[in-house]
Each structure stands twice: as C-alpha cells, then as structure tokens.
Write a protein that binds this ligand. Structure first.
Ligand code: FES
Length: 272
C-alpha cells in the first residue's frame, strides 16, 4: 500500500509498495543524511556568490568568444617556406648574370620582391664589385661572386618599410660605425637604425637591436648544369617585424615573385 500525503505534489518523494523502497520522481535530488549538518552561513553565501559568478563568467566569456570569432579577421598564412623563383622587373626569369651586370653595387635604385608572404618586401642586393680599397666577404652571398643577398625591407625597430628604410650604395653618405667605416649599409630614415649588409644585416646602430631577417637565396649554378636562375627558399633571423611568425599574416607569394624598382629615401643626417 502506498503512503502518500494528500497535500504532496507529484514531485514529492513517496514510499513504494511491498518492498518498502524509497522511490523518487526522475531528476529529483534526495537528501541522504537524516539531519542536515550545520553550515556556516557566511561560507554558504560566499560559495553561492562564487557559483553565480562562475556561471556568469562562463556565459559572458562564451558569448564574447563566440562574437570575437566573427569580429577577428581569419588567420592567414602558409605552413612552410616555398621555393619561389625571382622574376625580373619585366616578368622574365631573373639570372645572376643580369644581377651582376645591371643590379650591382653601382645601382642606386632599390630592387624589392615579396617573400614568403605578399606583404613581406625584401631588398635584393648585389655587393659586387667591391669599391676600390675595400675588401670583404658577403655572409651567405650567392652567385658567381658570392655577392647576392636579400634582406627584409621592414625595419626591426618600429616597422618602417622601404623606401623609408633604404640601401645606401658606396659614396652616398660617409659614416663610421662601431666596426669602422663601411662603404655601404642599410639605413632607416625613421629613427636612424643601420644594418651591415656584409654581415647578415647585423644591427650597427639603434634604436633597433635585432638584425633584419635574411632571405635564403639559391642560385642554379650554370657550371653545375643549372640555368643561372635565382630562387628564394627560406629565411633566417627574427620574424619580419609586425608578424608573430614570418609565415603568418597574409597569403603566400606562390611559385614566383617579381622585382619592383623603387627610388630610395636617402638622409645623410644621422642621429649622434
Ligand atoms: S622604424 Fe626604423 S629606426 Fe625606427
């Protein structure tokens, strides 16, 4: 026989039949202890407050996170450095012979190409032939004279891009740096940072402290059966300024990248 208070709603616990088991409607929490233990009211209120704050926090965080995924632009980038052939300003394949004959140390124009992303410009430099009285080796230089190099054209200080940061060919401005007088260098007109192009664009004067990222150039050597073409295949040094990773922040350039010619910005007044 069921014993059920007449005033009790259907959600009340009720005694079962012959085996005298307690039965509870589905979903109802039942108290096991016969006597409720004493609870510190202050502690109870604090716990309630924490629980409410937690729920609200999760809720607001979830809503905000959900909204942000639509507000933020989608992350773009590439997963690895591509092998990218360098093309001349007219779109034809660029050869080391052409760079030696026309884009050499006497060239005052800037030759820039994007790599590995579309918004990452780089200088293509050829430090050949050495100006009279100069003797140097070019770190990581390639080509018949091991003189062709490429560096990021975005300053490592606050990110001024070319032509605000420019290559200064020999004779442009006479400067003496910590390691002596250099015939050529890269200089940023924004705040005066200078980089040594023979030494992997190591920093010569601040406020920048890091070198410029160096693009790894591969030359298809004709003496080894190659076609004299030049390729960008990687990058060393710090990430391009403004990017968490050199591979993240825009779409990749793909299998080729064309040179663009720009006039440099030259300022011969350096910070003292
Ligand atoms: S951005 Fe180049 S020195 Fe400041």
């Amino acid at each position: 026989m069921n014993v059920e208070p007449s005033s009790c709603s259907s959600s009340c616990p009720r005694f079962g039949g012959g085996d005298a088991r307690l039965e509870f409607p589905v979903g109802q929490i039942h108290r096991v202890a016969a006597v409720e233990p004493e609870v510190d009211e202050t502690k109870r209120n604090l716990l309630k407050l924490a629980a409410v704050a937690g729920v609200l926090g999760v809720g607001i965080g979830g809503v905000a996170g959900g909204a942000l995924q639509y507000v933020q632009p989608p992350a773009v980038g590439i997963s690895a450095y591509p092998k990218t052939q360098l093309l001349d300003v007219d779109g034809s394949p660029l050869t080391a012979t052409k760079v030696d004959s026309e884009y050499n140390i006497g060239t005052s124009d800037l030759f820039l190409f994007n790599y590995p992303l579309r918004n990452e410009p780089n200088f293509l430099l050829n430090l050949y032939p050495p100006p009279s009285g100069s003797s140097y080796t070019v770190k990581n230089g390639v080509g018949p004279n091991k003189s062709i190099v490429a560096f990021s054209a975005i300053c490592q200080h606050l990110g001024c891009p070319a032509p605000a940061i420019s290559y200064y060919p020999p004779g442009t401005c006479s400067q003496t740096f910590k390691n002596g007088s250099l015939p050529f260098y890269i200089h940023c007109s924004c705040h005066g940072s200078t980089y040594d192009v023979t030494d992997g664009a190591a920093n010569l004067t601040g406020p920048a402290v890091l070198p410029l990222p160096q693009v790894t150039i591969e030359w298809d050597d004709p003496s080894q059966g190659g076609n004299d073409y030049l390729y960008a295949v990687g990058e060393t040094g710090p990430p391009v300024n403004g990017h968490i990773s050199t591979l993240q922040g825009d779409y990749g350039v793909g299998s080729n990248s064309q040179l663009e010619k720009e006039a440099p910005v030259i300022t011969c007044s350096f910070p003292t």
